[in-house]
Design a protein around this ligand. Structure first.
Ligand code: SF4
Length: 334
C-alpha cells in the first residue's frame, strides 16, 4: 500500500558524459521522489535520459559517464557518496532491478533453481534445503506452471515471458523496498506484456515494494503507475498522478506522446507521431528544449527555458503556456 513516507528522494541529479561528441548532459537537474509502495513511471523517447537516471540510482553509470551533481537519498544516506561495496550490498538486499532482456541477466550455465537459491542463501541466510523450498514458492508466486520443473531448467529452454517471470521472482526474492524496472516488457508480445505488468503491480502491492518503471510506452504506464514523470532532453517536463496525466496532460510533449502511443487496450487507435527527434547535445536549442518540435511554441519559448512549475493540483509542468499561479495560457496573461 502506498503511504506518504518518502522512500527515495532524488534531488537535482546531474549525470554527464564526456566523450568523443563533447559533453553530453544526459540527466540535467532531475528531481524525483518515490514514496513507500508507490509505482512511479519515468517516460520519454530514447535519448531523454530516463535509463541514465535509473542507472544513476543503481550506481551503474558506465564511464565516460559520471554523476556530477545532485543527491540520491535512501535510508538517510546519499547514495552518490557511499562506497561501491556498500552500494553493492544495497542493490542485493533493498533495491532490485529488472532489465529489458532477461536472457542477458540470467546465467546460461546454471539452472534457474541454482540462481534463485544462491540469492536466498546469500541474502536471507537460508539453508540449501530452505532455499529450494522458497525458490519453488517464488516461482509459483510469479505464475510459473510446474515450478519444480522450471527450477531444474536452464534459461535458454524458457520463453521470453517465462524468463521475465523468473527475473521478477529473483528481483523480489529478497523483499526489496524498491524495484527498478527498465523497459521490462519491451521485448515481449503484447498479450504477455499485459500479464507481466499486472503481475509486477500485484506483487509490488502485496510486498509493499515501490517501483520505478522506465518506459517509452505510455500503455505500460497506464497498467502500472500511480505517478508519471515525463522526461525530455535530460529534464523533467511534466509530473503528476497517472489519472490526470492521461485525462488532462499539460505539456505539449506529453500530449504528443499520448497521441503517438498505442495502449494495450487501444491498438487500432489512429496515431500521430511527434515530428522531429530528441535534440543531440550539440544541437540543444536555446530556450525550451522542445521548441523545434512543439506545435504551440511562442516567442518566449525560443529565448528562455521555463522552470518546472507546481500547479494547483500539485502536478508539475515545465512550459510557458502555464502561468505560475493561474495556469493560464501565456499569450492570454501577457
Ligand atoms: Fe512548447 Fe513553448 Fe511549452 Fe516549450 S515552453 S513546450 S515550446 S509551448
Amino acid at each position: 500500500m502506498t503511504n506518504n513516507e518518502v522512500l527515495m528522494e532524488i534531488k537535482n541529479l546531474k549525470t554527464h558524459f564526456n566523450g568523443d561528441q563533447g559533453l553530453v548532459k544526459a540527466v540535467d537537474g532531475v528531481s524525483i521522489s518515490v514514496k513507500k509502495g508507490e509505482a512511479v513511471a519515468i517516460v520519454g523517447e530514447s535519448g531523454c535520459g530516463k535509463s541514465v537516471t535509473s542507472n544513476s540510482i543503481m550506481g551503474l553509470v558506465q564511464k565516460p559517464g559520471r554523476i556530477v551533481g545532485g543527491e540520491i537519498w535512501f535510508d538517510n544516506k546519499d547514495l552518490t557518496k557511499i562506497p561501491e561495496r556498500e552500494y553493492r550490498k544495497l542493490r542485493g538486499d533493498r533495491i532490485s532491478m529488472i532489465f529489458q532482456e532477461p536472457l542477458t541477466s540470467l546465467n546460461p550455465v546454471f539452472t534457474i533453481g541454482n540462481q534463485l537459491d544462491e540469492i536466498l542463501i546469500l541474502h536471507k541466510k537460508l539453508s540449501k534445503k530452505q532455499a529450494k523450498l522458497e525458490s519453488i514458492k517464488m516461482l509459483k508466486k510469479v505464475g510459473i506452471p510446474r515450478p519444480e520443473k522450471v527450477y531444474k531448467s536452464y534459461s535458454h529452454s524458457l520463453s521470453g515471458g517465462m524468463r521475465q517471470r523468473v527475473m521478477i521472482a529473483i528481483a523480489l526474492s529478497c523483499d526489496p523496498e524498491l524495484l527498478i524496472a527498465d523497459e521490462p516488457t519491451t521485448a515481449l508480445d503484447v498479450s504477455i506484456q499485459a500479464q507481466i505488468l499486472h503481475l509486477m503491480r500485484q506483487l509490488s502491492k502485496e510486498y509493499n515494494t515501490a517501483i520505478i518503471m522506465i518506459t517509452h510506452d505510455l500503455g505500460v504506464v497506464a497498467e502500472v503507475a500511480d505517478r508519471v514523470v515525463v522526461m525530455y532532453a535530460g529534464r523533467v517536463v511534466e509530473e503528476g498522478d497517472v489519472f490526470t496525466i492521461f485525462k488532462n496532460p499539460k505539456h505539449p510533449y506529453t500530449k504528443g506522446l499520448l497521441q503517438s502511443t498505442p495502449t494495450i487496450h487501444q491498438k487500432n487507435k489512429e496515431l500521430n507521431a511527434i515530428k522531429g527527434t530528441v535534440p543531440t547535445p550539440s544541437q540543444m536549442p536555446k530556450g525550451c528544449r522542445f521548441n523545434p518540435r512543439c506545435p504551440m511554441a511562442m516567442d518566449v519559448c525560443f529565448k528562455e527555458e521555463p522552470d518546472l512549475l507546481t500547479l494547483e493540483n500539485d502536478n508539475m509542468v515545465r512550459c510557458w503556456l502555464y502561468d505560475k499561479k493561474e495556469e493560464k495560457p501565456y499569450a492570454a496573461s501577457h
